[in-house]
Each structure stands twice: as C-alpha cells, then as structure tokens.
Design a binder for this molecule. Structure first.
Ligand SMILES: Cc1cc2nc3c(=O)[nH]c(=O)nc-3n(C[C@H](O)[C@H](O)[C@H](O)COP(=O)(O)OP(=O)(O)OC[C@H]3O[C@@H](n4cnc5c(N)ncnc54)[C@H](O)[C@@H]3O)c2cc1C
Length: 437
C-alpha cells in the first residue's frame, strides 16, 4: 500500500481513496477505541492489510485502520503446533517467528507481502490438490465487532462461527488476533521447466495427483507452458538452494527486469508479443533447487500487473482452460502476461472459492499499463459458464445477485453480517456490491 498526499492506493493501482481519517492502532484496545469512535460519528471503518487486493475490497473512505503495528507472535501451543499472531502480521515475517519452534505454514501463495488477515479474509490460496487455501489454516480468531466488543472464536468459544469468519471479506469485524494450525517445518524441492502445453493439459489430473504442489504458467500465443512441481521433504533433508547470484538473475533480472522490458516492448510493438512470449517461456524456467518451504513457495513480483482469477470445479479445469484459450485465439489481442493454473482441496468455509468442491484456479493477468477490461470480460464469461467463482481480491464484475447462487451459505453469511454489523460500520462500496446492501 502507498500513500501520496493523503491518498491511499492499492498495489495494482486499480483503486484509490482519500480516507477521512487514517489511524495506526498498535494494541487491541486501541482498535476497539477506533471502532467505537468511528461508529459514534457515523463513519465507516476498514482495516487494510498490505493493499495487495486488485478489487476495491480494502478501500476505506471513512476511517482507514492501518494495522502494521499490530504485528507479531502472541503465543505458541507446541503440543498442538498452533500459534497465535496479532492480525497485522505480514506473511513474510511469519517464518522467522515460527522457526524457533520448528514450525511452518502448511501452504502459501505466490508472494508473501500480504498481511495474514488480508490473506485469509479474501481466500488467498496457493496450489496443491491436497491442500486448502490459507484460511483453512485458521483455527481461531478474535474480532472487534461493530460495537467495539471482542468476539472470540476457537474450539471452545463460538466454534460455529469459524467457517464464516475465516474468509470474512473484512465484512464481519476487525480481526485483531488469529490462531493458525501449523505443521512441522519442511523443505520443498522444486522442479521448474518449459513443457508442451498439450501434454500438460492431457495429463492434468495425473500430474496434480502425483505432486504435492503442481502449477503451470501458459504463455498466450504459444504452445508452451512453464510447469512448477514441488515435493515436500523432511526439515532435515539436504537442500540445494538457489545461490544468491542465481536468485538475483532468475527472479530479479529475468523474472522482473526482463519481464518489465518485455511488457513495455509488447505495449509499444504488439505484433512482437507472441515471439517474446515464446522466448520468455524458455528463459523463465528450467531449474531445480530445494530450500526451506517459504523460500520456495514465495517469489518476488517486481512487475506491476492486474489480475482476475476464477475458481472452477477441478473436473472442469481442462475444459475451462481450453475454452479460454479458444477465446484468446479468436481475438487479435496480444497478451503479454502468462495465464496461471493452480489447484486446491475443497473446504467448508462459507465464502471460500473452494467451498464444497476440489478446485482448479485459472488466473489471467495484464501489464498494469495495458487495459485489461475486454480480455478479462471475455474470460469471465467463459469461467461463469464453468460454475466459476471469482477470487474476492482479484478483479471481477459480479454482484450479490450473481454471487448468491454460487455460494450455498451466501445468505447465512449475510445474516451473520446483519447480526454482527447491523449499522454496516465495516461497509465500503465493494462490499455493498458483492453482498448486496
Ligand atoms: C503480486 C500479487 C500476488 C498475489 N498472489 C496471490 C496468490 O498467489 N494467491 C492468491 O489467492 N491471491 C494472491 N494475491 C491476492 C492477495 O493475496 C489478496 O488480495 C490478499 O487479500 C491481499 O492481502 P492484503 O494483506 O494486501 O489485504 P488487503 O488487500 O489490504 O485487504 C483485503 C481484505 O482484507 C481485509 N482485512 C485486512 N486486514 C484485516 C483485519 N485485520 N480484519 C478484518 N479484515 C481485514 C480488508 O478490509 C479487505 O477486506 C496476490 C496479489 C498480488 C498483488
């Protein structure tokens, strides 16, 4: 998140707002005071994390609560491998907090800049058909509700609320504390290489089943994709990390620097995009390494982009991908950013994109200076025809009427919101659209 002269804007530069107040509570009591004061003045309150959502979900026109100072480890239950964290803790800080206890987060997404609360609230996920999104790691939470009271949720108190609060969209209250179920620390071995797209799609279920974590990036206008296959190994397995020099070259120079140049070039000379994409597929991949899990899961994303991601039932993933590919081929677009395909286990969280079904994810991107709307709209139509559910933190056009039939517990979630926040203290325009105020 950045601010220019009092204006908040998100990472992708798709959303901007000038909040009436910005507050930096560093204690749970201070959050309660902020919420009470805002409610008394009739102002809306919104906690923001790292501003990494592409949608307006974190936009705070009233009081913006910046929780970066409400960060750190509160307690560890070694026996259960559970940790209590303050809600503003950034994901990239968590590995160092867990390391002394030999613990790790079970799975992560592509980056680790987000706050833990922002990540769970929007259903952030990684890949791996046996693993759920980050919110499935939540076993407890403490919320400040609209009246400034604390609502504790754990196995002994209000456990029935956990499936609603875990992916809470920031609509039910301010998370001040989260409890995560961790796993023993582990090593990940990574195999990354360019492969023919047809082979990958033809073999998708088998590949996903054979690997702990499988994903691929397809470069539009080419017949190749970069596959990433990660295997989980015990913490004491020998590692072969990327050297700092190789990491610099791969992630910073090739992954970000060259890609930045490619995107600028593609914008200036669109006919070059297919050739450049073919080249990118070759230089991006082809490496094996192993390291502590968080260093393999998370990469750096130095090139700014816009993204839309849809979740479809995993058995429809290949068809949805093929239909999307056909739409791209039918148009004369020049798409300079890869399409990312991942999988996750089904879960029982009410607003999770993987609710009740094993899930495949298809994410489309565009360089931030390119207009994504026509491309995203066409892909969105394809995904909706495959029972798609949009990621809450990534661009989409759906409203409450379109979302309700896609979530069996949609009305239960709205009813809980009515109970916990009848005056809509935690409102913003995005929530109004997707939840139907
Ligand atoms: C470069 C990049 C890579 C990404 N990679 C992935 C990926 O691999 N997988 C994936 O699924 N998503 C990914 N995303 C999307 C991202 O993970 C989500 O949008 C996530 O919500 C961002 O976290 P944040 O901390 O920035 O939250 P924000 O965007 O700041 O906020 C998101 C929501 O959380 C709420 N919130 C934040 N803190 C609190 C709190 N304390 N209490 C209550 N509500 C709160 C906000 O009010 C808002 O509703 C990526 C985004 C970017 C920009």
């Amino acid at each position: 998140m950045t601010r220019i002269g009092g204006t908040w804007q998100n990472w992708a530069r798709t959303e901007q707002v000038r909040p009436q107040r910005v507050e930096y509570p560093a204690t749970i009591e201070a959050v309660r005071r902020s919420v009470r004061a805002a409610a008394a003045r009739g102002l809306a309150v919104k906690a923001v994390g790292a501003g990494h959502s592409f949608t307006g979900i974190a936009v705070a026109p009233g009081v913006l609560l910046e929780l970066a100072d409400l960060s750190g480890l509160i307690a560890v239950d070694r026996e259960r491998a559970q940790v209590r964290l303050l809600a503003g803790t950034r994901l990239h800080r968590i590995p160092a907090l867990l390391a002394p206890y030999g613990l790790a987060m079970q799975n992560l997404g592509d980056i680790d800049r987000q706050s833990i609360s922002g990540a769970v609230s929007t259903g952030t996920h990684g890949t791996g058909e046996r693993f759920g999104g980050i919110a499935t790691q939540l076993v407890g939470a403490v919320l400040v509700t609209a009246d400034g009271e604390l609502l504790r949720i754990c196995a002994d108190e209000n456990p029935e609320l956990l499936p609603a609060v875990a992916v809470g969209l920031g609509a039910l209250g301010i998370l001040v504390e989260v409890t995560l179920q961790c796993v023993p620390a582990f090593v990940l071995s990574a195999l990354e290489r360019p492969e023919p797209l047809d082979e990958i799609i033809g073999d998708l279920p088998a590949r996903a089943a054979a690997a702990d974590h499988f994903e691929f990036y397809w470069f539009p206008h080419t017949d190749v994709a970069l596959t990433k296959t990660n295997a989980r190994l015990p913490a004491d397995a020998a590692t072969a990390p990327l050297s700092p020099g190789r990491r610099l070259v791969d992630d910073v120079v090739i992954g970000n620097g060259v890609h930045q140049a490619v995107c600028s070039l593609g914008r200036a000379v669109p006919p070059l995009v297919p050739t450049v994409n073919r080249l990118s597929a070759k230089v991006w991949g082809d490496r094996t390494f192993s390291d502590a899990s968080h260093r393999v899961f998370a990469t750096s994303r130095g090139v700014r982009f816009r993204e839309m991601e849809y979740a479809v039932p995993v058995e429809r993933l290949a068809d949805a991908f093929r239909d999307m590919q056909r739409v791209i081929d039918e148009h004369d677009w020049r798409i300079e950013f890869p399409v990312e395909v991942r999988m996750a286990a089904g879960d029982d969280l009410w607003m999770s994109t993987a609710h009740g079904r094993a899930t495949g994810y298809i994410a489309v991107h565009r360089y931030w200076r390119a207009d994504p709307h026509v491309y995203f709209a066409a892909v969105e139509e394809v995904m909706l025809a495959h029972e798609g559910r949009p990621h809450w933190g990534k661009m989409h056009t759906l409203d409450a009427d379109a979302l309700r039939p896609r979530y069996p517990h949609f009305d239960d979630f709205v009813a809980l919101r009515d109970r916990l926040d009848p005056q809509r203290v935690f409102r913003n325009p995005y929530l109004g659209r997707v939840l139907g105020d």
